[in-house]
Design a binder for this molecule. Structure first.
Ligand SMILES: [Zn+2]
Length: 346
């Protein structure tokens, strides 16, 4: 039996779990318990050989607003709740504080803030959490990212499903791409080595960013639009630009983006295989969106939680993926892109 490959997960809503409960067996003091049907916890991370998790700061809150619910539902093709970005800075601080508390309670978890932290988790039994903010609603201006940086956030997702003053989102009615101040934000992010993330961004926002970013970017949780058409998925032109940029896409378990109904692991493999065959194995990564998959949304059967990724590796081997291609997908490519950014961390 080959050793279990290391896994970097480019997107999980860990803090949201503690912030909102979200009805999946919430237990505030239990990350070190192997809770049945929970998508991730320390025992499952260990069994899955997970070394790094991009831990999302999702600074929006639920609200009762039929108009917004309709807009988001159109994007996902099924009923969704409404969210608002009001008070997103305050919510960000609370979610960041939750990660500090997690680090204090669980010695195994290390927040990734310096390049050497990456080496520490790779060479020990620790698990890295890299704080990643999902959307730019809480950022007053390009120079304000310094505040998030100093709080320990290391990855910046341009948009969630709402347009911002920096960039259009994938649900935009008018995909205007990066605005002037959006370009300034990208330059500012590059200066810090703030890892730019284009998940949820509009097609033009992706292409504009990939044209000007000096550093590799991530599309942390999305799939291929050529395999399954969905607003959250990215088309071939974006994947081709991502390849030229040295960036990585995290293939995701969000069921609506994998296939029409009840996705199977083989459907996910279809996305990964397509990307490999058309753009090469160096763009491949994983971004599950665990803790962001609320019932009735279910990850593909066989990938119900983070400890089960061996099922994916097995199926990839059966689909002629070599061990080195699987390791590039499971962590190698992501590590390369993160390290390129981390050279500028100070
Ligand atoms: Zn997301």
């Amino acid at each position: 039996m080959p050793e279990i490959p290391i896994l970097f997960d480019l997107h999980e809503d860990v803090a949201l779990y503690f912030y909102s409960g979200e009805g999946y067996g919430y237990d505030e003091d239990s990350l070190d318990n192997d809770l049945k049907s929970r998508q991730a916890d320390l025992p499952k991370y260990r069994r899955g050989n997970v070394k790094l998790v991009f831990s999302s700061v999702f600074p929006l809150m639920r609200t009762l607003n039929p108009q917004v619910a309709r807009l988001i539902s159109q994007g996902y093709g099924g009923p969704n709740s409404a969210f608002t970005s009001v008070a997103s800075a305050e919510i960000s601080y609370e979610l960041i504080r939750i990660y500090y508390e997690i680090q204090r309670r669980y010695k195994e978890i290390k927040l990734i803030e310096e390049p050497r932290d990456l080496k520490t988790v790779m060479n020990s039994n620790q698990l890295g959490f890299l704080m990643a903010i999902e959307g730019t609603e809480s950022i007053a201006g390009p120079s304000s990212i310094e505040l998030l940086w100093k709080l320990g956030v290391r990855s910046l997702q341009l948009t969630w499903n709402f347009d911002t003053k920096y960039a259009s989102s994938c649900m935009s009615e008018n995909d205007y791409g990066l605005t002037g101040v959006g370009k300034a934000l990208i330059r500012s992010a590059n200066e810090y080595g703030f890892i730019i993330d284009l998940a949820h961004a509009g097609r033009k926002s992706c292409l504009d960013t990939l044209e000007i970013s000096e550093l590799p970017v991530l599309i942390s949780h999305a799939n291929s639009a050529s395999v399954y058409r969905h607003k959250r998925n990215v088309d071939d032109e974006v994947l081709s630009a991502l390849k030229n940029n040295g960036g990585v896409i995290g293939f995701t378990l969000i069921p609506d983006t994998v296939t029409k109904s009840s996705p199977k692991i083989s459907d996910l493999v279809g996305h990964i295989k397509y990307a490999k065959e058309n753009f090469g194995s160096e763009i491949l990564g994983i971004g599950t969106d665990y803790f962001g998959l609320f019932p009735p949304d279910k990850p593909p059967e066989g990938l119900e939680d983070i400890s089960k990724f061996s099922n994916l590796w097995t199926l990839l081997r059966e689909n002629d993926f070599s061990e080195s291609e699987i390791q590039a997908l499971s962590f190698g490519n992501a590590l390369r892109a993160i390290e390129a950014n981390a050279k500028r961390w100070r």
